[in-house]
Design a protein. Structure first.
Length: 326
């Protein structure tokens, strides 16, 4: 049986303890979310080749033993936004492992209005490579009310937890706008070196009602076969499950499979009560990691988005509103 994303990560990187180092390692070594060979990308590079894990292992293990430099980099850019946190992690790595020319470089027009921003520019001799980073978490949703006979599911059927966007819309912006920033005349004039290539590093997790039942032939065009995936649970699903323990994950903990002290986990009833209380404050999905005791830690064995009871109705309305771009 093929190992889950969690099993693979723990087996390969289980010796790492610092949570920020583990998040960086996951960012660098986890499966790409999307399949680079799909024609829907029009040749855009959305799964760039990263350094081999063996080449990075010594650096990452040493960083885990002394994570102070990484912690200092994070302290310079405090944030509660997962995307900015991931950018800081990758900027630290590129600054150590590559020749990082610029991070977060904005391009402006003649009236000082922002045209766009380069997430990262990496120098290769007298040329630059443009990197875009996106860490995305989407729930797969198809509504019977909106279904059309014979219509295939697509990237627009992946809804963001806040129901404000779709994976399809996000990728349309990355492929047709962000990765083309270097072609803009203002970018050409404001950069001292030419941009020779552009690629988007897309990492994340996709969530399904039954991720284990998903076969390669059922995946949406453009989604990588081995992408990281989890469950969509209702509170009633949790109540029907056998006894378990786990943790709810704050947003900055969403990247790598969780590894926490055993004493920090809660039991099934406590987790349900905690999630109900959170839904009483704000009705957005809660990330729950179910854990087992391994090597002195509570390690994630699976994860899921726990959704409010009315999420399905809201998702139907959002899916109608967030229709594919023409």
């Amino acid at each position: 049986m093929k190992l889950s994303a969690q099993q693979q990560f723990h087996a390969t990187w289980g010796d790492l303890n610092d949570p920020h180092v583990r998040a960086l390692v996951w960012l660098l070594t986890s499966p790409h979310l999307l399949h680079s060979g799909s024609p829907i990308w029009n040749g855009a590079d959305i799964a760039p080749v990263l350094p081999d894990a063996s080449a990075m292992r010594g650096f990452l293990q040493a960083l885990d033993l002394d994570p102070a430099p990484l912690h200092a980099a994070l302290a310079k850019h405090p944030t509660k936004r997962l995307g900015l946190y991931a950018e800081t992690l990758l900027a630290f790595f590129l600054g150590q492992f590559c020749d990082l020319y610029a991070h977060g470089l904005q391009i402006h027009d003649d009236k000082a209005r922002t045209i766009g921003e380069f997430d990262f520019l990496v120098r290769h001799g007298h040329r630059l490579s443009h990197w875009e980073l996106a860490t995305k978490f989407y729930l797969f949703f198809q509504s019977d009310e909106l279904a059309v006979d014979g219509e295939q599911a697509d990237l627009f059927d992946y809804l963001g937890p806040n129901l404000a966007d779709t994976l399809g819309a996000k990728m349309h912006k990355i492929v047709h706008q962000q990765l083309r920033l270097s072609e803009h005349p203002q970018a050409c004039s404001q950069l001292a070196l030419p941009v020779a290539s552009a690629q988007a590093l897309i990492k994340g997790w996709l969530f399904y009602r039954d991720p284990l039942a998903m076969e390669a032939s059922n995946f949406v065009d453009g989604v990588a076969v081995d992408h990281c995936r989890g469950y969509i649970w209702r509170l009633s699903d949790l109540r029907d499950m056998p006894e378990f323990s786990g943790v709810t994950l704050d947003r900055l903990m969403w990247l790598a499979p969780a590894q926490v002290p055993i004493g920090e986990t809660l039991g099934k009833d406590q987790l349900i009560t905690k999630t109900e209380a959170q839904f009483g404050l704000i009705k957005t999905p809660v990330m729950l990691a179910i854990t087992e005791a391994q090597n002195g830690y509570a390690r994630e064995v699976c994860r899921g988005m726990v959704v409010p009871d009315d999420w399905w109705q809201q998702a139907t309305e959002a899916r109608r509103r967030l229709a594919p771009l023409a």
